[in-house]
Ligand binder design. Structure first.
Ligand code: GLP
Length: 247
C-alpha cells in the first residue's frame, strides 16, 4: 500500500481528486467506483471545479456507486442517489444513464443485486475504485463479521453505521433505513486500482488497523492489504495511529 499523507483534509481530498483526474485523462472511458460519506465531499468539489475549468471530461466515463439504502432512492431525503446528485452528478457531464447505483427501491432486491453485479461485469469491472472507510472498518456497507460477501448483496446495517449516517436524515438515526444494498468486497478488490481516502482523527485507529493489522473480515478495510495497487490518501489526523515510518 502506498500511503500519502497531507497536512489537511482539504489537501488530502484534492490529492484523491487529482488521482481520479489522472486516471480519467489516461482513459476517458474510465469505469469508476464511487463512495459516499462526509469524507469525499471535498474530493467531489475538486472534481466539479476541474470540470468547470475544462480540466475534466466525464462524457465517456461510467460510475458505479458502492451502495444505497433499501427502500429509498431518487427524490428521497437521505438517499445516496440524492447525495451523489448534489455533490457530483448534477454538476458534471457524466451521462445520467452511466451513473449507476443499486436501486434501493427495487421491488425484488434479489434481482436487483444480480442486475447490479452484471452491469459491473458488462462494463468490464472497475478500473478505479475510490473508497472511504467507516469507523468500524466497513467498505461500502460491507460490515465487519465472520464472513464477507464477494458480490453485490443486501446487508443489515449495524447500529454504529446507522448512527454514523444519521446526518443524512436530519440527525435521527432511527430514520436511517435498517438495510442497504452494497457492492461486495470481491468486486472492489478486482478493481485495477484502488484509492482509499480517510481524514480526521476519528479515523486514525481504523486506518492504523487496516494498514498494519492482520487481514480479517472483522475489519473489512484490512482486506485491501492483499490488493496489488492501493493508494491510501490521508490527512495528518487520520495518519496519527500509523507508525512514523509509514506516515
Ligand atoms: C457510509 C458509506 C461508506 C463510507 C462511510 C464513511 O457508511 N456507506 O461507503 O465510507 O460512510 O463515511 P464518512 O466519510 O462520513 O466517515
Amino acid at each position: 500500500m502506498r500511503i500519502l499523507t497531507y497536512a489537511t483534509a482539504r489537501r488530502a481530498a484534492a490529492a484523491a481528486a487529482a488521482l481520479v483526474l489522472e486516471h480519467l485523462a489516461e482513459n476517458p472511458r474510465l469505469v469508476l467506483g464511487l463512495p459516499t460519506g462526509n469524507t469525499p465531499i471535498p474530493m467531489y468539489g475538486a472534481l466539479v471545479r476541474a470540470y468547470e475549468q475544462g480540466r475534466a471530461d466525464f462524457s465517456k466515463a461510467t460510475t458505479f456507486n458502492l451502495d444505497e439504502f433499501v427502500g429509498i432512492g431518487r427524490g428521497d431525503r437521505g438517499s445516496y442517489r440524492e447525495f451523489m446528485n448534489a455533490v457530483l452528478f448534477d454538476h458534471v457531464n457524466l451521462p445520467a444513464a452511466r451513473a449507476h447505483m443499486p436501486d434501493g427501491r427495487a421491488k425484488d432486491w434479489r434481482r436487483e443485486i444480480d442486475r447490479y453485479e452484471e452491469r459491473i461485469v458488462r462494463a468490464g469491472g472497475l478500473d478505479l475504485a475510490v473508497l472511504g472507510v467507516g469507523g468500524n472498518g466497513h467498505l461500502g456497507f460491507n460490515e465487519p463479521g465472520p464472513a464477507l460477501h464477494a458480490h453485490t448483496h443486501r446487508v443489515a446495517l449495524c447500529a454504529e453505521t446507522r448512527r454514523a449516517n444519521a446526518y443524512l436524515f436530519g440527525g435521527r438515526w432511527q430514520d436511517v433505513p435498517t438495510h442497504a444494498l452494497s457492492m461486495g468486497i470481491g468486486t472492489m478488490l478486482t478493481a485495477a486500482h484502488v484509492v482509499l481516502l480517510a481524514t480526521g482523527a476519528n479515523k486514525a485507529r481504523v486506518v492504523a488497523r487496516a494498514v498494519t493489522g492482520p487481514v480479517t473480515t472483522r475489519l473489512p478495510a484490512s482486506l485491501l492489504q492483499v490488493h496489488p495497487d492501493v493508494v491510501v490518501v490521508l490527512d495528518r489526523d487520520a495518519a496519527g495511529g500509523l507508525p512514523p515510518r509509514r506516515r
